[in-house]
Design a protein around this ligand. Structure first.
Ligand SMILES: [Zn+2]
Length: 231
């Protein structure tokens, strides 16, 4: 019985060191991940989980109407299925970055899986000639292998400073808008979603941005790309 408990304790400790501690260290303690940008009233607008042909094109229309540039953290498997949307992002002055190949939770994945996920992702970006500098793991959850391969492939580990829970079915365009209004401040990196989340959630994001983008511009914020601030 004692041996069983010892084995269990060692396994739990190993798991904590492999996944739990690195994730919370990066989220709350480490200054290594990009979480904010410098400058008065400068902010970065970023979108995770796309592209999705139901929403991403409409989002690009909305950004163009407001003269705003954003950074899209792509799920590479989705980008592979909809490359024209990614080409359009780049053609219209947006930035593209990596959000994994399959959008799996790193807490449940082996180093071998993480290596393959990076390799498949990079192959997609290389095949299409899409520039790649920044990497944001799904849900911001990582393990030691994520950190290793991120560094090995010379990617900049990126998180965020403002979320508006736009992925939740409990959110409405009004609540998303209100959260953005209350939470955005100089230097913020906003993390929203043009795909994924609960069913239909990106529709709320689109509607919220119809109000929030003009309001942020009116409040004096300018939208920066990550590369302008951090390279
Ligand atoms: Zn995601």
């Amino acid at each position: 019985m004692k041996i069983l408990l010892l084995v269990l304790a060692v396994a739990l400790l190993g798991y904590a060191v492999y996944a739990v501690i690195p994730t919370y260290w990066c989220k709350w303690c480490s200054r290594m991940p990009v979480k904010t940008v410098a400058g008065d009233h400068r902010i970065v607008l970023s979108f995770d989980d796309g592209p999705d042909p139901r929403y991403t094109g409409r989002l690009l229309d909305l950004l163009r109407e407001n003269g705003v540039h954003a950074c899209f953290f792509l799920v590479a498997a989705r980008a592979e299925r909809h490359p024209a949307l990614v080409d359009r992002m780049l053609a219209e002055g947006h930035q593209v970055a990596l959000h994994s190949y399959e959008h799996q939770n790193a807490w449940c994945k082996t180093p071998g899986y993480v290596r393959r996920d990076f390799e498949k992702s990079l192959a997609v970006f290389e095949k299409h000639g899409w520039p790649l500098v920044f990497y944001r793991p799904p849900w911001g959850m990582i393990n030691l292998a994520n950190l290793y391969y991120c560094r090995r492939h010379s990617l900049r580990f990126t998180l965020w400073s403002v979320m508006a829970e736009d992925w939740s079915r409990h959110s409405t365009p009004q609540t998303i808008c209100k959260k953005l209004e209350n939470r955005v401040k100089s230097g913020a990196i906003l993390c929203l979603h043009d795909a994924g989340g609960d069913a239909g959630a990106p529709e709320n994001t689109l509607q919220a941005l119809e109000t929030a983008l003009p309001a942020l511009i009116q409040a004096g914020y300018t939208f920066q790309k990550l590369e302008e601030e951090t390279l």
